[in-house]
Design a protein around this ligand. Sequence first.
Ligand code: FAD
Length: 595
Amino acid sequence: MADYKPPLDDIEFVLRNIADLEALSKLDGFAHADPDTVHNALEEAGRFMSEVVAPTNRIGDEVGSVHDGDRDVTTPPGFKEAYTKFIESGWGAVSYPQDVGGAGLPYLIGMAIQELTTTANMAFSICPMLTMGAVESILFHGSEEQQATYLPKLTTGEWTGTMVLTEPGAGSDVGALRTKAEPREDGTWAITGTKIFITWGEHDLAENIIHMVLARTPESPPGTKGISLFLVPKFLVGPDGEPGDRNALHAVSIEHKLGIHASPTCVMSFEDATGYLIGEEHHGMRYMFTMMNSARVAVGVEGLAVSEAAYQKALAYAKERLQGRAIGQKAGESSLIIEHPDVRRMLMTMRAYIEAMRGLLYLNAEAFDLAHHHPDEATKQANQELLELLTPISKAWCTDLGVELTSLGLQVFGGMGYVEETGIAQLYRDARIAPIYEGTNGIQAMDLVGRKLPMRGGGATRDLIARMGALDADLAEAGENLASIRTGFAEGVSVLTEAVTWLAEHGPAQPNDALAGATPFLRLMGTVLGGFVMAQASLAATELLEKGEGDPEFLKAKIATARFYIDQLLPEAKSLLPMVTAGVDQLFEVPVGQL
Ligand SMILES: Cc1cc2nc3c(=O)[nH]c(=O)nc-3n(C[C@H](O)[C@H](O)[C@H](O)COP(=O)(O)OP(=O)(O)OC[C@H]3O[C@@H](n4cnc5c(N)ncnc54)[C@H](O)[C@@H]3O)c2cc1C
């Protein structure tokens, strides 16, 4: 996608008006994240992604990564050069702490850069995204020695990381995994087993690959309680800190799959491979959640990024394709398809959901930063809860929309969307994995309803709903121009409250009824949260217009997009209520034999 235009104005609008970058930059350690410095960094990152990373996207899809039938994987032409430049520029390390080689910027800025990278090339972006997960688990749970040995090269991206959970019999049910870890006398562990679907498990971009592997130690309790986390390098690291002997593991093959062809999805075999225990035995699932939670939000960003890429392509096509005669067009003349109301509806739907997703994801990133860096304990705790509450919604709502919006973008192209040369079909195929990996969206919905809503007796959810409700006074003050936004958003909040109340009343006694409605509930809550950030956007744009600051056309478009979202997309929330509250009976009324 060489013609990718980084949406820097839209990103900065969110950083300044929905998340509060200015306030974050006042926290200890973030002084260098002031909005002006961030503006320059994003401009530079945007240029880099569009000029260096985006040109690898098509060829990555066409050629894909290739396994040699033995143990090595070759990435598509141009990937190695682009990755080398990526790590030289330091784009993978922006939000790591400075004392381990990062730039020490807020995760919020790391997310903006991840968005830019992923929109340029999703398959490429997954490699640094997984490295980030490995860095976090070593940083939070590894020993000092492990940190000193692995972090310096992982944070720069010279070495890459993986997440190694899945086995043929252990997908969503990670607790069923059977890979073994046997203790050795020298304190290391012998790891033996087969793992499947391991993203970037083998490749030629980096000089070492650090696998974070879940395995079971002897006589460990069954299920997730008996799982431990091991660091298993492709090359064992010598006392000089350099990769030495090859470890006893290799990629047996890679999958042929629907999309993200450049991202190698490996079957990995560990044959008495040397591993190092992270933290304590049997705490592996907890440690892995450190990786998975940030990876879940990062996968949500994939939904946003592929949608943005599809929107840019669809918009460009709609501005050049002549077809049919729009109402009012002179007889005998064709119109650009962008003049047809139905095409406008598709473009506006894409645009409005993209803005809503960006607002939600950046709010989620801000909660991460406040939970980790705010000096006040109560604020930290409140943001930790918000982070946990928003994470499954960011993952699942944004990735479901990624599939829907890339499909809509393809529709704008008509028949040309279905042929590969326009590139929109690739985005649709790439988008399809995101609702599946990092915990399927069904598992995210169960997490939201079963674990997150009940946090602190429902207190975290009530606080969020109260925060949404507090916007009503500001919307009232903004006057007639935002009147329909005010009423539509208030209706959305009341629908969300009704759904939450029903789940709180029925969930504990009839968990199957709550689980039956979990996916529609997640969609409902995502849709209302989208309304929340769009209402905030309309208020911020109104205020800036009143002050005479910023580009008035850009700001008016923000208000119009927010109004479209709240008038036309948010009402979906109400239509989901019957699915949330229907209970389980109808789902099982037709016997299996009749299905
Ligand atoms: C391209 C690709 C890359 C991947 N990368 C990695 C990676 O890097 N590392 C890694 O470890 N794994 C990776 N995975 C694995 C991925 O995380 C799993 O595919 C995913 O967790 C689902 O597991 P599964 O495929 O076994 O599906 P299953 O668990 O068999 O699920 C099948 C269906 O049943 C539903 N389901 C399952 N259990 C329940 C339940 N209890 N309640 C309700 N519904 C349920 C699911 O939602 C799904 O719809 C990758 C997969 C792919 C395809």
